[in-house]
Ligand binder design. Sequence first.
Ligand code: FEO
Ligand code: CA
Ligand code: CA
Length: 672
Amino acid sequence: MKHPQRPGEVDQILADGDEPLSNTSNNDYFGDILHTRLSRRSVLRGSLATFIAGAMATHLPFSTAFAGEGATAPSIGFAAIPTSAADKVVVPDGYRVQPFIPWGTPISGSMLTYSLSSSGEDQAHQVGSHHDGMHFFPLEGSSRDGLLVLNHEYIEPRFMHAAATGLALDRGGFPQNEDGSRDDDQVLKELNAHGVTVVRVREGDDGQWQVVEDAHNRRITGLTPMRLSGPVAGTDHVVTKYSPDGSMTRGTLNNCAHGVTPWDTYLAAEENWAGYFANSDTEIDRRQARYGITTRDSGRYQWHKAAGGADEYQRFDASTRGASARDDYRNEPHTFGYMVEIDPRNPEAIPVKRTHLGRFAHEGVIFAPAEEGQPVVAYSGDDARFEYIYKFVSARPFDAASADGSLLDEGTLYVARFNDDGSGEWLALAPGENGLTAENGFADLADILVNTRSAADHAGATKMDRPEWGAVDPVTGQVYFTLTNNTEREEGQTDAVNPRADNAFGQIVRWDELDGHAGTRFAWELFVLAGDQEESRDLAGHPLDDDAIFASPDGLWIDPDRRVWIQTDISESGMNQGVYEVFGNNQMLAAHPETGEIRRFLTGPIGQEITGVITTPDQRTMFVNVQHPGATTSAEAFANGDLNGHWPDGGNAIPRSATLVITREDGGIIGA
Ligand code: FEO
Ligand code: CA
Ligand code: CA
């Protein structure tokens, strides 16, 4: 049974396009067709020994031996902090934290200081909103001077526009004209607050980090021209009025997590892009329907209704309006849903959408360590309920001297099947493989890729509990993925890797590739079942204690010493209420990859999620993002100017997404 009234179940933004449940395929749940040892919640609660034996730590005879070969175990040296519901950031004793580059921080142009009245054009020279995935690219190897590159997942319009003051807007709401149209400059500002920031940052002699005005500084936004590359580029799927030859598109949206290529470029993921599009057609084919676009005259922010009717805004209406695809934007949504490659060291480089990595709600991408002469391998999750985990294996081998993004344009995309016995296999999504033939409705490779979800349905992949970030252990090569939650999973739909119905808390899975990262067989186990002191289980099968309880794992990163950093994203509608109350505000924890011990490292302010983490090469400075602080403010409270969070500026300030700079008072390695 579901709990329809429970906090977290009803979510305005989710209902309006985030993580839409759009997998209606009859691709079997493995719980239906295999003997499932763990299919009932009663087993989890009542027969702990059976559960532990079945799901935790026993699937991987390989991992112990694998990890034992030269792997050093990390130290986790800080004292865990308690949960918090306060409007501040808390870190362990001996650590310092500096809020940095909040939304609106100027990085280029006239370096205009942020205000609510800043224009849409000003926003193109300021840090965007809703900070998410992030990487630090050192300049000349420095740990005190480098390019910070970060995604801006979405926006909260009520906190962006002077015109929103006094209106009863919830966190997805925006000002509209009486006829339903939108102010052009507000639309421009909102598009420019999306995308990616590249900004040079440097540590001063006082230990404080500052923005450096620099030629690398750059905003990539929802309007930036981008090239399409790989098998979908140049096909009929992506012909638009803007690009009749299907080679280009404009902008990247809803950039959640990221990846860093072995050739040191940045990939920004396009996650919940589908919600931005309207489409009034009565019939909507699988290229949009399977991604959650339904017949509707509304998009997430109604950009297609910008009053001036500019082409770059009208394209968010994907309705058939012209004589052919060259005359309208029926295909515009097919130019989104990809991983976007950005070269932060070359400010002139045009971003490239790499279509061979698949088209879905990409949460992020994680590369296996590149080996000379071996294929390049990248793992990516599709964050929606009952969607899949994928990996791409390049056709050409890695050669450090010549490697570039073209390696991502030829290869094979696979999707994962997790068997209940702890084995797993990668199913190729390629012409003629796994039933992906013209007779079955997949004309060619471009058709498979633009319809990645449908192809994965057909191949028989395992429907997961919302795959979020992945991480690869830099020593053992083990691959980890967070599965954040899935309250839509019902009894009878469970399987060993998604063992809980009505899964409010999520889990983390990890696996060993049995034939190397490019192979097709793996062995998996659950690393942790998140939850409260009753429902959770650590690697040893014990419930998590007060220092370790968490829910909805999302961000994930394994540092060079193998500490597993876990970040949480309990949704705004659920946090600090009901079953989520015990977890407090969203947080970050560190886990030991071998013992499975977990300790809480950081708690964030009110209303936010913690997402995005990286250190400098010396591991003595850590950057972490705080996204959507204050988002739990109700529409009524907003109208009254009664915001429930004011971080980071405090006082009566509007809350702003920002980065944290974390250091140790003794200058030591973060987490050690
Ligand atoms: Fe953008 Fe799936 O979190
Ligand atoms: Ca996320
Ligand atoms: Ca999330």
